[in-house]
Structure formats: C-alpha cells, structure tokens
Write a protein that binds this ligand. Sequence first.
Ligand SMILES: Nc1ncnc2c1ncn2[C@@H]1O[C@H](COP(=O)(O)OP(=O)(O)OP(=O)(O)O)[C@@H](O)[C@H]1O
Ligand SMILES: [Mg+2]
Length: 372
Amino acid sequence: MSFLRIQNLYKTFGGQVAAVNRINLDIAEGEFFTMLGSSGCGKTTTLRMVGGLEKPDSGAIFLGDQCLVAPEKNLFIKPEKRNMGMVFQSYALWPHMTVFENVAYPLKLRGIKGAEMSKKVEDVLALVGLAGLGERPAPALSGGQQQRVALARALVFSPKVLLLDEPLSNLDAQLREEMRRELKSLQQRVNITVIFVTHDQIEALSLSDRIAIMKFGVLEQVGTPEDVYFRPATPFVRDFLGKTFLLSGKVASANDQTISVDIQGSSSASLNLPRGKALTSATKSLTQGQSVTVAIRPEQVNLTSGRQDGRANMVEATLQTVQFLGDRYEYTVTLGTETRVLASPEQQSAKSGDRVYLELKPEGMTLWPSEK
Ligand SMILES: Nc1ncnc2c1ncn2[C@@H]1O[C@H](COP(=O)(O)OP(=O)(O)OP(=O)(O)O)[C@@H](O)[C@H]1O
Ligand SMILES: [Mg+2]
C-alpha cells in the first residue's frame, strides 16, 4: 500500500512554464526514494510541496489516509503539522546556538520540554555519532559534523518522513562518500521513509530503493537503480545515467530469438542481439532496413588489438588516443565518422592510428529507434 501518494501535482511560478507538470508517485513506508534530474527539472519544488513549504496549483498529496494538500478542496496542512523532517543543501544551523539547542529546537516548537526533551536530544545525537558534543557552539564543528547536526535536528521529533534536498553537496568528495554510507545505515536503523533529491547519479544509484528520473517537470522513469540503469525507458534516462556507447545501424533481419543489425561506418560488421534483452519499451516496431541505434555500457565493450576469428559481435574501429587514469585506461576510437570513448582496466599494445576490434557483449546491448 502506498504510504506517501502524490497525485497529479502541478506547480507554476507566476503562470510561467510548469516547474512540476502533473506528476504521480506512490512511495512505500520505509522506502528510500530518490528524485534525480538535471538542474531546474523541478526536484526541489516537488520536495517543498511535500514538506508544505510551497503550495501546488493543483493536484494532491496524501500521507497514509490523510490529505496534506488539495487546492481544489482548499485544503492545506501546515509544514509543522505534517510530521516531516527536512534537511536542505545549506543545512542552516543556527550559529548563535549550541549543538544541543539546535537539535532541541523542533521539540520546543512541539511543546516537548525538560527531561523528555533532553533524552530525545541525547539519543538522536548518539544516533548520528555526535554523543558528547551537545555543548559545542554549532559553528565550532567540521562540515561533516554540521551535516550530522542538521540530520539530528530533522530526526529528533521522530518524523514519519525525512525530506533531504542535496544534503551532501556542501561536503568535499571524501566526506561526501563517508556521509553517503552513514546516511544509508542510519535510514536502515531508523527505518524511516526518505525522499532524497540529488543530481549525483552515484548517490542515487547507491542509496535508493527506487529512483524517479525527472526532466522538465515530468517523471521520465521510476524504478529500482538496476531498472533505470540497465533498462532505461527513454533515451534521456539512458544517456543521463552513466556512460553509453552508441552505434548507428540498420535492422538486417529479426526473428523470435535474434535481431541482426548491420553497423554503419564499420566494414561488414553485423551484430546479433538477443531479442528478449535488446528490445526496449521505446522499440515498438522492427522492420527490415529500419534505422536503429544500438546502445551498450562501455564496461560491456571489450577492446582488442587483433581480430579474433569466429567471435561474434565484433566491430572494427580506429584507435585515436589512450589515456591512463590510474585504475583504468581510456580509449578514444573512431568508427567511420563517429568518435566514441571506452574504458578498460587492461593496457593494450595498440597505438594511435591502429586498427582495433570492439567486442560487444550480446546481453548488454539494447536497441533504440534512431533519433532525428
Ligand atoms: N521561487 C521561484 N520563483 C520562480 N521560479 C522558480 C522558483 N523556484 C523554482 N523556480 C523555477 O522552477 C523550476 C524548477 O526549479 P527547482 O528548484 O525545483 O529545480 P531543481 O530540480 O531543484 O534544480 P537544482 O538541481 O538546480 O536544484 C526552475 O525552472 C526554476 O527556475
Ligand atoms: Mg534543487
């Protein structure tokens, strides 16, 4: 059953283009749900409407069986009555207060005082790994510690939902990774429902039970990290998440098991795709001679210097440059007029200008109608 339900949510600013354009979402209790998308696609606006900091033009939001907002019915529950904790990018601790006072503030707002308040604050500080730091002035903390205070402040009143808007983006790369792991472990211990907003794909893939990929106020795809990464529903999702290696071709033949595609710009290369895995929701029809794009993740392409006879799914290319990146080599290759980048942990003997062969793993290929 859905715990948090978003129905036809719609929001414009000053009657301009829709920042959030009639989205629908069902989030389960205890789920770590992420909204991912490029800048300006409407993530923060959606989150603020869930938290009650922004009012939608139309649509509705429900928490359990309670309606939180429905402009058509003139219904709006105030943020402090929604039982949701929030942490934003600029986590905005009050600088004139101690850690304890910062975390106790939401309890005071809710009329919780004395020993009960102190116990709740101490417990939540221990939960985020800040036990004993209560008396510190908030500014006298490291970035990671301040982030933990912001989390403690959002969790102290045992909210039903935690809303996180790019909470890690102010931290340096190493701390960010550390906090990412801690956040996941914390969420599992507290078992709270989280809506997490980010434009960092690694954060989204690693933290989430499900991800919604957003573009111009619309949800492009909602699914598990594996769904959106391996089975993208649209070219936007495919190219937004991770790197994609694209080859243009034409359908040579298709039967129940296999689809054969002749690749352009490569001498006599023909790829055989297992139909079950290759067809995407975007490939509706297949006719012989139809222009298509074959997509594959670069890690599923194997580059070799010599042609290996008898191996299927090999494409010829010309090596342009090789760059050593520490844990891997990056190979730039051209196929006809098109340039592509591949990475491999192995060093090849081939040099710039050499003919190389790309072996594409059949199970990694997906088929798309040609754009344009
Ligand atoms: N208060 C506002 N007044 C006018 N336009 C706004 C306001 N807030 C957001 N917008 C517009 O609404 C759209 C969505 O903005 P939003 O902040 O939700 O994007 P976002 O996905 O969170 O982006 P980012 O990743 O940059 O934080 C943008 O075009 C933005 O300019
Ligand atoms: Mg934002």
